[in-house]
Design a protein around this ligand. Structure first.
Ligand code: ATP
Length: 304
């Protein structure tokens, strides 16, 4: 759905993207993460066909952003990190304006804005002015405007900034439902724990490049990540696991992060083997921080 090949982007005095290549398959939600100034917003703007590449190719749904920006805009929704709303317009008028801008045929506008409002939970605020909405509701309106034309691809730049815990949870549910409805989403955020709820892959941008060279699959329902801890340090911990055929993400003398089958008998056998080999296992459980662990292991690799 999204393909980027050797993308280089330069501002007048700054090369912001340095040979980015990646593929985002349809109907996935990908987290876009990285330190401040790494190039995330620039990459999103290139994906949104708002910035032409200095070199390289970006295609959205098979269309080149340089050659077909207008067609891409009809298939794509983009919520920037900072954006303005027309404060004097009601929610209904804001959504109507967005629908018109996206070229929705006049007869379909009413249905489109009703659906978008319902999706973002604003159906009961249609007559409120945008300027009267709280931060969280403004954010919902921004997302509503970005999805009113039912795009195939949705790009969100820090959509959860400033949202309260309930609104963040609502956002997770909304993004998952949009994926279920067939959309492909790229979501940038600095809050890894929140991306954990809905992202299955992660792109780490660091100094204008993709760390690790490609998007990283962070979640697999059948083969989750497990964190094993041992009470007494053993330098052969990682090697033992690898020799036992276990997929080890990282290991030190006390901890190992592994990818392993969900099968209970296979997990019981691994635990038994560890204990039999004298490892004092103090904890063995599914990791709930897949993104965070992957992020720091990748960032660590580049700086090591
Ligand atoms: P953050 O997490 O802080 O939002 P980011 O990963 O989104 O950062 P970008 O905004 O893409 O990073 O910026 C990438 C680099 O390009 C930074 O060094 C930034 O200073 C530079 N940059 C961004 N916009 C411009 C601009 N309009 N002109 C010149 N340089 C820019």
């Amino acid at each position: 759905m999204i393909e980027v090949r050797d993308l280089v982007y330069e501002y007048p005095a700054k090369r912001a993207l340095e040979g980015v290549s990646l593929v985002v398959p349809p109907q996935t939600i990908v987290a876009l993460v990285g330190p401040n100034g790494a190039g995330k917003t620039t990459l999103l703007r290139c994906l949104a066909a708002l910035e032409p590449p200095y070199s390289g190719v970006v295609t959205i749904d098979g269309l080149d952003t340089r050659e077909h920006p207008r067609e891409i805009h009809t298939r794509l929704g983009y919520l920037p990190d900072f954006y303005g709303l027309y404060d004097e317009l009601t929610v209904r008028r804001c959504l109507t304006y967005a629908a018109w801008s996206h070229g929705i045929v006049v007869t379909a506008v009413e249905g489109a804005i009703a659906k978008a409002a319902e999706r973002v939970g604003l159906s009961d605020r249609m007559e409120s002015k945008a300027g009267e909405l709280s931060r969280g509701l403004r954010q919902r309106l921004g997302i509503g405007q970005a999805i009113v034309h039912e795009p195939k691809v949705l790009l969100l730049d820090e959509p959860a900034a400033g949202l309260d815990p309930q609104a963040r949870r609502d956002l997770s549910v909304l993004l998952l439902s949009l994926r279920e409805a067939g959309m492909t989403l790229v979501v940038s955020s600095h809050i890894l724990a929140e991306l954990e709820d809905y992202c299955s892959e992660m792109i780490i941008i660091e100094n204008g490049r993709v760390a690790g060279g490609r998007p990283i699959k962070v979640k697999d329902v059948d083969r989750p990540r497990y964190l094993i801890e041992i009470a007494t340090a053993r330098s052969d911990f990682g090697k033992f696991l690898k020799d036992a055929g276990v997929d080890v993400v990282e290991a030190d003398e006390h901890h190992a992060l592994i990818i392993h089958t969900r099968n209970a008998a296979a997990r019981a056998k691994l635990l038994h083997d560890l204990v039999t080999a004298g490892f004092e296992v103090s904890s063995f459980g599914e990791s709930s921080k897949a993104l965070e662990e992957t992020y720091f292991s990748q960032i660590g690799k580049r700086t090591a």
